[in-house]
Design a protein around this ligand. Sequence first.
Ligand code: ADP
Ligand code: MG
Length: 243
Amino acid sequence: MSNVIQLKKVVKEFDGPAGRVSILKEVSFQAEQGEFVGIVGPSGSGKSTLLNMITGIDRPTAGEVTVLGEGIHHLGENSLAQWRGRHLGIIFQFFQLLPTLTALENVALPAHFCKVGRGRARKERAMNCLELVGMVQHAHKLPGELSGGQQQRVAIARALVNDPPLLVADEPTGNLDSQTSAEVFGLFQRIVAEGKTMVMVTHDRGLAAKLPRVVEVLDGRILTSNGQHPSIWATEPQLAQVR
Ligand code: ADP
Ligand code: MG
């Protein structure tokens, strides 16, 4: 297995009204190809900030971030955006689809941006991704005409359109009912089984219990990264059963 994500002693500080605050405190983390890693932790603990380090959406104050062999903190904004578009699929809690574009157009957007495929081939590529998530029949609808679960499926198709090796999801089921969450999670499992690497922040204990590795973030530090279940949940009988 090859290394996909390597964070070494990553520090992230923000300037707040009360001075500098340290949000990530020398966080080290890695993920190998084909892994499906969960990230859990209380609200405000630094989970999204950690993902933003991996995606390059934000830059570390100190430390090293290597993703797919690229030291991404060395890239300029434009090269970083192109690099991200080709190598990463990002999935958000609130889908972030463009409201005036159809599902198909939303899915094709990253391919346009990164010049992956052209014309008809690009459209076919987007259509194939919609098929993968079971949304072909809704291809020409606007996001506003779709349910939350359907919108998230479209967002997943969009994340897959450039066939990136790494998927990063920030509470992707946070806005879905439990049945739809389970379906979306099933999709992720299939995608990972096909060889992609995935990192997912989640508040859903049931889903986290199904992941082979869960990392707990608490107050800007990683507590668990060795395949054990998070300490805050360790007493839950529900988890004891699963393992
Ligand atoms: P989580 O995703 O675990 O809920 P976040 O990573 O979003 O937590 O945020 C961790 C902490 O960092 C919070 O206290 C938040 O207010 C602070 N924070 C996040 N982004 C910024 C920013 N751009 N400027 C200042 N503070 C921030
Ligand atoms: Mg968050």
